[in-house]
Write a protein that binds this ligand. Structure first.
Ligand code: CU
Length: 139
């Protein structure tokens, strides 16, 4: 009885996180999927090919999930930087909308191992622009 009580909060926490992750971008491959979130906006993305490798060009499959009742962004821009080194990528990604909140970014490449921050700039009709960011470690 004591053991089941002690485990209950941890299990509840895991279930909550799992439900939130599945809500946005659950069509993307789970093993490669990453998330970004700000002020109720959620974004899921997955690199292709995965996993990422230093010096190998890649694309990102992206799903944008606005808060309830808010329209999808008019445009989405994708960039990346290494915060510790204060530099960005050597290439500019091109992004095309696929409809229904799905986007595809192509032409990305991480030229160094280390921590990269992927930046998503959402241009929203009638609202200020919104930046979502997600960091990942490239071995
Ligand atoms: Cu660097």
């Amino acid at each position: 009885m004591i053991r089941s009580l002690a485990w209950a909060p941890a299990i509840a926490g895991l279930c909550g996180a799992g439900a939130a992750a599945a809500a946005c971008g659950d069509a993307l491959p789970a093993a490669a999927r990453l998330q970004a979130e700000a002020t109720g906006w959620q974004l899921a993305f997955a690199p292709r090919p995965a996993p990422l490798a230093v010096g190998r060009p890649f694309a990102l499959d992206i799903v944008v999930c606005p808060p309830a009742g808010q329209p999808l962004p008019a445009t989405l821009k994708v960039d990346a930087e290494m915060p510790a080194h204060r530099h960005g990528m050597n290439y500019r990604a091109s992004v095309k909308p696929l409809g229904s909140g799905r986007w595809q970014a192509e032409g990305l490449m991480f030229h160094m191992p280390g921590r990269w921050r992927v930046l998503f700039d959402l241009d929203r009709p009638g609202q200020p622009p919104l930046r979502l960011a997600s960091e990942l470690d490239l071995p």
